[in-house]
Design a protein around this ligand. Structure first.
Ligand code: EPZ
Length: 427
């Protein structure tokens, strides 16, 4: 049975800073690859076995969503077999979607398989408004009829889906995934231009192809999907999590230690490795993954988040924590989400010197950080507080760590095994 985390909404982390991290960290499967692939299981009446699943609450929640639609799920350690032969398209409620906006990814599979779907609009979240207009536009281009009724996306396909050319206004990860999944059921070929190139998009295509789809070009700006898929039973191994790997790379860098990131893939992290090397961090391939080490003073470097292969927005908060300890000033520009600096006030409670102006943050490094009580607000902001606490003098208590459990498997255990003074406190 998979180790399902027993988390309480009131759990806290207690960290005493000052330890250099040494050792190896096993990088888990990518949450943002697993979520669309669990939704994609609804496309086919044949079982889909997913392996290398991370034990994180977002994955448990998404499995719960497909179960709501009638899927039978068999679990084992870090794996799940999803059988949707008896699935039906039910309403995916606001209560379900507001807990995890990625739930909106079930819209396309439900519509493609059953011809109709009712999924709540996600609404905003801590990091921004997060609209789904590009998802809706892509489905409409394929022939779906979509109305917004009382906060619900109500979709149907009166004449089925028909392959077409979809040009995304911007390379949205979710909209690319929605378009790709729907296009597998369309009559004729679909071309997606200005597609997102993230490895998680390419891994979804690999999973869909294992299930019987015929998709070419995923991972580039242009994706071609043949319609009329001949679905069959499939098994797919999920790629390692490049954001988790980047987080632990920064943990090694911020503590001046050395970690081997087992299973991490350099080819998914080129922009991250390049920027870390610019700050004086050393990165080289080990025989089990990537080795990250820092044995000299950290230099400040500027950062602009960009769609892949640029520097990922999901590592902006973590890099900011690193720059708090660097010599000099670092200018960070967040271009993907409109409100992704929630970690700044909390980092300042630890003594960081950060000035915000619109989408820019100016970090003046070199300040000694001191432990304090801080509050987690969203997944990646939370982990930036953990990173800062690792080098803060004294004790830091991080509240609401359920945010962390959404995307990091056993973070406290993985850090403790590398020498961090960290423990999880109950309510
Ligand atoms: C995915 O979110 C990831 N989530 C996010 O990770 C990640 O930060 C993001 O991609 C960018 O890389 C999953 O894969 C489950 P987008 P997604 O569509 O698909 C706007 C984490 O921490 N937009 O590429 O929602 C949107 O508001 C999470 O693991 C529209 O305007 O991201 C944002 O400003 C956080 N209309 C920008 O595009 C749309 O229809 C990029 O969003 C869709 C998106």
């Amino acid at each position: 049975m998979a180790l399902i985390i027993k988390v309480s909404a009131m759990d806290r982390l207690r960290i005493v800073g000052g330890q250099r991290l040494q050792g190896a960290v096993t990088i888990s499967g990518a949450k943002n690859a697993a979520l669309p692939q669990i939704a994609a299981a609804l496309l086919s009446p044949h079982p889909l076995e997913l392996t290398n699943l991370p034990d994180v609450t977002d994955v448990e929640n998404m499995l719960g969503v497909v179960r709501l639609h009638g899927a039978e799920i068999t679990r084992s350690a870090h794996a799940a077999t999803i059988d949707t032969s008896a699935a039906v398209s039910k309403e995916t409620s606001y209560d379900t979607v507001r807990k995890m906006r990625a739930t909106v990814l079930v819209l396309a599979p439900l519509l493609a398989r059953f011809g109709h779907a009712r999924v709540s609009l996600p609404g905003g979240c801590a990091i921004g408004a997060r609209p789904v207009d590009m998802h809706v536009a892509a489905l409409t281009a394929l022939g779906a009829r979509i109305a917004i009724e009382n906060g619900l996306i109500v979709a149907s396909v009166p004449n089925g889906l028909t392959g077409t050319r979809i040009v995304l206004p911007s390379p949205s990860v979710g909209a690319t995934e929605t378009a790709m999944m729907a296009a597998t059921a369309a009559k004729g070929e679909t071309e997606i231009l200005n597609a997102a190139r993230e490895p998680e998009v390419a891994d979804l295509a690999a999973c869909l192809n294992a299930m019987g789809a015929r998709i070419e070009g995923a991972g580039t700006h242009r994706i071609l999907i043949a319609g009329y898929t001949n679905w069959h039973a499939a098994r797919h191994d999920i790629i390692p999590d490049r954001i988790e790997a980047g987080t632990y790379a920064i943990a090694a860098a911020i503590t001046g230690g050395q970690l081997e990131l087992t299973h991490a893939r350099l080819e998914h992290m080129a922009s991250v490795v390049q920027l870390l090397e610019a700050t004086g961090v050393s990165v080289w391939p080990g025989d089990r993954g990537l080795i990250v080490s820092r044995d000299r003073p950290l230099k400040a470097a500027d950062l602009t988040t960009e769609p892949y292969p640029g520097f990922p927005t999901d590592l902006q908060a973590q890099f900011m924590a690193l720059m708090c300890c660097a010599e000099g000033a670092s200018l960070l520009r967040e271009t993907i989400f409109e409100n992704r600096f929630m970690h700044v006030p909390e980092l300042m409670r630890l003594g960081a010197n950060i000035k915000l102006q619109g989408t820019m943050a100016l970090v003046r490094g070199g300040e000694k950080l001191h432990g304090a009580q801080v509050m987690a607000t969203d997944l990646r902001a939370s982990v930036s507080l953990v990173l800062a606490a690792l080098i803060s003098e004294g004790e830091t208590i991080i509240n609401r760590v359920y945010h962390l459990d959404r995307g990091y498997e056993q973070l406290d255990r993985k850090l403790r095994l590398c020498g961090a003074d960290i423990e999880r406190l109950g309510a």
